[in-house]
Design a protein around this ligand. Structure first.
Ligand code: NDP
Length: 299
C-alpha cells in the first residue's frame, strides 16, 4: 500500500483564508481588530522563529500580531505583572506565552511555568492551557481548543477521514498535545462533528508495556513523542491513518516521530514532516484569536 499524503499545508492555508474572511466580516460589523500578543522571554533562536512566524500569519489574516520581548533576567514577579497588564488591556484579545521559558531565567532560579500560564485570563487564553479551558474541554463544552490537536481534527475532517467507532492510539501524554488530543477524539461530539469524535482512545506513554503491540491495534495512530522516527513500519497496522506530530531536528533535517518511508508503505494515509501537522497549529491559533475577540465583546 502507498499511503495518501495528508497535506497539512494546503488545509492550513484553507483555514487561514477562512479566518481572514471572518476577521474582515467581524471588523465590517463593527468589531475591533483582533489582537494577539506573544510574550517572548529570552533569546532562544527557535522561539524567535516561532514568534516571528505567528506574527506574520496574524498580519496576513488581518490580526494585529504583537510581540512583547523580555530579557531572560526578567523576574517571575515582573513576568506575572506583565501578563496581568495584558489581561487588563481591552485592546489585547489573545495572550500567548512562548514556551519553553529559559531554563536559567528569573535570575538563575528558573520560572514557575504553571503559575505563569495560570495567570493568563481564561478569555484570552488562546493556547487553551488554563485550568478553566482544560476543564471545559474535559466536560465536552470547550471554549478554546488547543491548537495542535484541533488542527489534527480539522485535517482529518477536511480529508474526509472518520475516527468514529475506531481505535485511536495517541502516543505521548503532554498537556499540549497528547492528553487534549485523546480527550477530543473520545468526546461524543467535536468541533467538526461526530465523525471526528466517538473514537475508542488509548493514550500511550513511556511506561506503556509492549508499545509495538498497542500501536499495531490502532486504526489511527497519532505520534506526539519527540523521539525521531521511533514509530517504525512494523508498529503500524495495514491501512491505518498515521498522524505525525513530532518535529525533531536531526542534523540539518526536520524529521517526525514516525519513520516516514516505512510507514507510508503500510498506512492508508499519513502526514509528512514538515508540511503536515505543523502549519495547522498556527492556523488554529488565528482561529482562537478571532474567537477570543468575539467572546470579549460579548462579555
Ligand atoms: P513532551 O516531551 O511534552 O511529551 C512527550 C511524550 O512522549 C510524553 O508523554 C512521554 O511519556 C512520551 N514518550 C517519550 N518517549 C517515549 C517512548 N520511548 N515511548 C513512548 N512514549 C514516549 O512532548 P510534546 O507533546 O510537547 O511534543 C511531542 C512532539 O511534538 C515534539 O517533537 C514536538 O516538537 C512536537 N510538537 C509539534 C507541534 C506542531 O505544531 N506540529 C506542536 C507541539 C509539539 P512520559 O509522559 O511517560 O514521559
Amino acid at each position: 500500500m502507498t499511503a495518501d499524503l495528508l497535506d497539512g499545508k494546503r488545509v492550513a492555508s484553507e483555514i487561514r483564508a477562512e479566518v481572514a474572511e471572518k476577521v474582515r466580516q467581524f471588523v465590517r460589523d463593527g468589531g475591533p481588530q483582533p489582537c494577539l500578543t506573544a510574550v517572548l522571554v529570552g533569546e532562544d533562536p527557535a522561539s524567535q522563529v516561532y514568534v516571528r512566524n505567528k506574527s506574520r500569519a496574524c498580519e496576513k489574516a488581518g490580526i494585529d500580531g504583537r510581540t512583547l520581548r523580555l530579557d531572560a533576567e526578567t523576574s517571575q514577579q515582573e513576568l506575572l505583572e506583565t501578563i496581568q497588564t495584558l489581561n487588563d488591556d481591552p485592546g489585547v484579545h489573545g495572550i500567548l506565552v512562548q514556551l519553553p521559558l529559559p531554563v536559567g531565567g528569573n535570575q538563575g532560579k528558573g520560572f514557575d511555568e504553571r503559575a505563569i500560564l495560570d495567570t493568563v485570563a481564561p478569555l484570552k487564553d488562546v493556547d487553551a492551557f488554563s485550568p478553566v479551558n482544560v476543564g471545559l474541554l474535559m466536560q465536552g463544552r470547550p471554549r478554546f481548543l488547543p491548537c495542535t490537536p484541533h488542527g489534527i481534527v480539522q485535517l482529518l475532517h477536511r480529508c474526509n477521514l472518520s475516527v468514529a467507532g475506531k481505535h485511536v492510539v495517541v502516543v505521548g501524554r503532554s498537556d499540549i498535545v497528547g492528553k487534549p488530543m485523546a480527550m477530543m477524539l473520545a468526546q461524543r461530539d467535536g468541533s467538526c462533528g461526530s465523525e471526528i469524535a466517538n473514537a475508542t482512545v488509548t493514550l500511550a506513554h513511556s511506561r506503556t508495556a509492549d508499545l509495538k503491540s498497542v500501536c499495531k491495534t490502532a486504526d489511527c495512530l497519532i505520534a506526539a513523542v519527540g523521539v525521531p522516527e521511533m514509530i517504525r513500519g512494523d508498529m503500524i497496522r495495514e491501512g491505518a491513518i498515521v498522524i505525525d506530530v513530532g518535529i525533531n531536528r536531526v542534523g540539518d533535517k526536520l524529521v517526525g516521530d514516525v519513520a516516514f518511508d516505512e510507514a507510508s508503505k503500510i498506512a492508508s494515509a499519513i502526514t509528512p514532516v514538515p508540511g503536515g501537522v505543523g502549519p495547522l497549529t498556527i492556523a488554529m491559533l488565528l482561529h482562537n484569536t478571532l474567537l477570543a475577540a468575539k467572546l470579549q465583546i460579548q462579555s
